[in-house]
Design a protein around this ligand. Structure first.
Ligand code: CUK
Ligand code: CUA
Length: 645
């Protein structure tokens, strides 16, 4: 085994400099086990009964969910379904939550969630909400951190591939969403694909976010037909500005490499959104007809409603009155990440195919705009001279820079997909000071509070794209993986691997105390305003309206009432409205019935949830509580008889 260990260290070094994940056959498990410091175990150990210091809200990619992990332990605490149905608790199956997944295309019960934005006050995390994006059918969702539930979803019109979102402003005034695909703005426009340059437009939407239930598109910017990729809001001195990376400035409809990467430089789009806001208040912009859904889960009835909206205020870049809102900054080769440092002075671009990292200065951008230091224009938008706004370039940082986070101590940490590493560099001096390998091919990275004005430092987490030999082989598909590094010292130290669910893209972690502070333990039964509530067993009943049968049911340890139901006929639709009468923390009851083709419902104390069921045959249908709730949990059961019509 000793020989093996040396071999492992060597392999670890090779992996640090090589981009290609290797397959080793000489040992069980990954390559760094022996390269990890001796105190790593103690540093990630959280004693039984203790909380983790931070909780990371990790995007689930193609599972459409967020999941919550403790840091430093890497323990998973919760999956929060946002854009995808979740049979575990009936999200998207219960009558109350179905409308959450409504869109202008009808019910869309799946999506691809890439980015998380935690709410902020004065540039700091405040623990109120977590926002996430749906890439595929463009939407933004709000998770309320009082309950860890998705409570609001808004669809984004004139958008396709809502990847460039959500990005949040310093006081959660707006969550902002840019379209990845430019599209003909009339959604139904039947135009030839090769008319891209003429007919396809980009859009960036400013969605009001600071009031639950009131999410709305305050205004939408109409932009040239490029692909918007990633962004951050300005902060501190640059509050009022937004910076978006964009690629495909060739404006090609097919992105075969020859097309999309012809140009040496693409762009970062700088937007003066404070001014855009002023213009809308002054009555500028044009209202256009569109169709999009706004879905909201009411806090008193716990029931979602979906409203279709028909209008959006558009600020068009071609409008001469709006000329001073937009500026392009050249950025080398297919920029991906675009991040602003905690002071708001520096904007870091990451060209996926570039060999340097350009860092731009907000002060210089302001100066260049004042002096019109432009190199012509792109589609009428001024292109600022690259050198005039450059703070400097990080030379030879690594291969394939993607994303950058900050520790609040003057350092930036950039992920390198191709060379599979995290590189730490000094923002002022632009000097690389440390690098560590990741296993393998890191995508996003995350420092708790990293995108805010006040990062908490301490850890950086790598969210990797390839797992290879790090975990138990589980057939062709391996688990997704994250890695935790200690960044409290000069050198980064790998502490822990932990598996994640779905495909993690961005994640944002916040201190435990921000979550503990606001958490709701039960819903008060006296506050329950659900239209089908039964606030005690005496209020339970079965009613009929035509072929709809409504069962007002209660659940309390250890019985469901009523538990013998007759009078249901084949052809009826049965609605089980189950109220959980418990008023103790952590005593949910569940409900499921044989043959139901949707899911169970899981009802929290004081809440009412509804499962719709259409029996498919005559006979006896047992139902039961699905959540082990007391010593007599198995006794929480009943029968429903279905008779001929
Ligand atoms: S993306 Cu996944 S690695 Cu969708 Cu934010 Cu950069
Ligand atoms: Cu209620 Cu088990």
């Amino acid at each position: 085994m000793k020989k093996n260990r040396i071999w492992l260290v060597v392999l670890g070094l090779v992996a640090a400099s090589a981009s290609i994940p290797f397959l080793n056959s000489c040992h069980k498990g990954g390559s760094t086990a022996s390269a990890v410091g001796g105190d790593a175990a103690a540093k990630v150990y959280v004693a039984p009964g203790k909380y983790d210091e931070f909780y990371s809200f990790v995007s689930g990619g193609f599972n459409g969910q967020m999941s919550v992990y403790g840091l430093p332990s890497g323990r998973m605490f919760r999956i929060i379904p946002v854009f995808s149905v979740f049979p575990e608790n009936g999200y998207g199956y219960s009558e109350e939550t179905k409308p959450m997944l409504n869109t202008s295309h009808g019910l869309v019960p799946w999506d691809d969630l890439h980015h998380i934005a935690m709410s902020e006050t004065k540039g700091e995390q405040d623990g109120r909400w977590a926002f996430g994006n749906a890439n595929n059918t463009p939407r933004i969702g709000r998770v309320d951190l009082k309950t860890f539930r998705t409570t609001e979803i808004i669809e984004v019109p004139n958008s396709a591939g809502n990847h460039s979102s959500p990005f949040i402003t310093e006081n959660s005034e707006y969550v902002v969403a840019g379209t990845r695909f430019s599209v003909p703005v009339d959604d139904n426009a039947d135009v030839p694909i090769d008319s891209y340059k003429k007919n396809f437009q980009g859009s960036i939407s400013f969605i009001k976010a600071d009031e639950p239930g009131k999410m709305d598109i305050a205004f939408q910017l109409r932009l040239p037909g490029v692909n918007f990729d990633l962004s951050r809001a300005g902060k501190g001195k640059s509050h009022g500005w937004f910076f978006f990376s964009c690629y495909n400035s060739e404006q090609a409809s097919t992105l075969l490499e020859v097309n999309a990467s012809q140009k040496d430089k693409d762009f970062i789009l700088a937007i003066n959104w404070k001014k855009a806001e002023e213009y809308t208040k002054a009555g500028l912009g044009k209202k256009e007809k569109v169709t999009y859904a706004h879905n909201y889960l009411d806090e008193t009835t716990h029931t979602a409603t979906s409203t279709i909206k028909n209008e959006v205020l558009v600020l068009d870049y071609r409008d001469p009155a709006l000329k001073d809102l937009f500026y392009f900054i050249p950025c080398p080769k297919s920029p991906h990440g675009c991040d602003t440092d905690p002071t708001g002075e520096y904007i870091v671009g990451s060209g996926k195919l570039a060999a340097i990292i350009p860092v731009f200065s907000f002060t210089k951008i302001q100066k260049a705009i004042a002096n019109k230091t432009y190199d012509g224009d792109f589609d009428g938008i001024p292109v600022i001279n690259y050198e005039a706004v450059l703070h400097g370039e990080v030379q030879k940082p690594g291969l394939g820079p993607l994303h950058t986070e900050f520790d609040g101590k003057g350092f930036a940490y950039t992920s390198f997909f191709v060379s599979s590493e995290i590189v730490k560099w000094n923002i002022e001096k632009l000097e690389v000071v440390d690098r560590v390998p990741t296993y393998y091919s890191i995508g996003h990275l995350s420092i708790p509070g990293g995108p805010t004005a006040k990062p908490h430092g301490k850890y950086v987490i790598a969210y990797n794209k390839i797992t290879k030999d790090r975990y138990l082989p589980t057939g062709p598909e391996l688990t997704q993986s994250a890695q935790l590094y200690d960044i409290s010292g000069e050198k980064m130290k790998l502490l822990l691997d932990f598996p994640t669910t779905g495909e993690p893209h961005y994640a944002e972690a916040i201190p435990a105390e921000l979550l503990v502070k606001n958490s709701v333990k039960i819903f008060k039964i006296e506050d329950n305003k659900h239209p089908y509530v039964a606030k005690g067993e005496k209020e339970t009943k079965v009613t009929r309206q035509g072929n709809q049968v409504h069962v007002y049911m209660t659940a309390i340890r250890s019985h469901l009432t009523p538990d013998n139901i007759e009078g249901v006929k084949l052809g009826d639709e049965v609605y089980f409205h189950v109220t959980n009468l418990e008023q103790d923390w952590d005593v949910p009851h569940g409900f499921a019935i044989k043959g139901a083709n949707n899911a169970e419902i899981l009802i929290m104390p004081g809440e009412t949830c509804t499962l719709k069921w259409k029996p498919d045959r005559i006979g006896m249908f047992p139902f039961y509580c699905t959540d082990f709730c007391s010593a007599l949990h198995q006794e929480m059961q009943g029968y429903l008889r279905v008779s001929p019509a």
